[in-house]
Design a protein around this ligand. Structure first.
Ligand code: NDP
Length: 249
């Protein structure tokens, strides 16, 4: 079945890889990010591979922008029934240095963003009697030094996911969460910078603690998302899948 998918934060990193993978699986994809122009590379990669995609600029934390974006996707591609809540930011700091803005910005993009996007898309999913929602959590949900805001948001994503699964299941909609471990992306490059180490040293240190002995790639997460979005995964809902090269609890 070909569906219409929205992937947030899809200009780069995990979102871009997931948008490409969903397009390869035959879905039309709205590549949504803060800056519409920044989505061009992902859209071009999809269309050059024979897929269908549009670029959509929207801040997922802004209710009016979210409503307008989903309306545009519906008009230009069709009613969206797959949603990947991937957009994310970090504003890391130790608790005593963390500002209210750091807290609000992170909770705003991850939690408020996922809430607004899911609320806007669920009406199309319920109408269709079918839907898939995948929310990006993180191993940081288990606690991580310097990330009080981010770990709270990512733990929140897990509770949010489970509630969506309970509320929307009867309409053929599943909701699942992926909690990535260390994935090479601009976000982890920024973390290395904050810690004052080279990215190579940072990767080396992280890999030394990963059982499969390599860093994660955005495609590792895209593969898991593709499974949750498949027809075959219809009985899998409310789950949190740690994709971290080893066990997490
Ligand atoms: P990146 O920073 O590479 O990409 C995130 C994208 O989200 C950027 O294009 C960014 O746009 C966009 N974005 C940020 N804020 C908003 C907003 N308000 N509205 C719309 N788009 C926005 O991150 P990753 O690919 O590494 O991460 C993707 C997701 O996976 C995030 O939710 C992250 O927390 C999670 N994750 C990542 C891990 C990793 O190791 N990389 C580990 C665990 C979880 P812009 O560039 O304009 O800011």
């Amino acid at each position: 079945m070909n569906r219409i998918a929205i992937v947030t934060g899809a200009a780069r990193g995990i979102g871009a890889a997931t948008a490409l993978r969903l397009a390869k699986d035959g879905h039309a994809v709205a590549v949504l990010d803060l800056d519409e122009a920044a989505c061009a590379d992902t859209v071009t990669a999809i269309t050059e591979a024979g897929g269908r995609a549009i670029a959509v600029g929207a801040n997922v934390a802004d209710g009016a922008a979210v409503e307008a974006a989903v309306a545009r996707v519906t008009e230009e591609l069709g009613a969206p029934t797959i949603l990947i809540n991937n957009a994310g930011i970090i504003r890391d700091n130790m608790l005593f240095k963390m500002t209210e803005d750091d807290w609000d910005a992170v909770l705003g993009v991850h939690l408020r963003g996922a809430f607004l996007m899911s609320r806007a898309v669920q009406k199309h999913q319920v109408e269709a009697g079918w839907g898939r929602i995948v929310n990006l959590s993180s191993t940081s949900a288990l606690g991580n030094r310097g990330q009080a805001n981010y770990s709270a948001a990512k733990a929140g994503m897990q509770g949010f996911t489970k509630t969506l699964a309970i509320e929307l299941g009867r309409y053929g909609v599943t909701a699942n969460s992926i909690a990535p471990g260390f994935i090479v992306s601009d976000m982890t490059r920024a973390t290395a910078e904050r810690l004052g180490v080279t990215f190579e040293d940072f990767v080396g240190h992280m890999v030394s603690e990963i059982p499969v002995a390599r860093a994660g790639k955005p495609e590792d997460i895209a593969n898991a998302a593709a499974f949750f979005c498949s027809e075959e995964a219809g009985f899998v809902s409310g789950q949190v899948l740690y994709v971290a090269g080893g066990p997490k609890a």
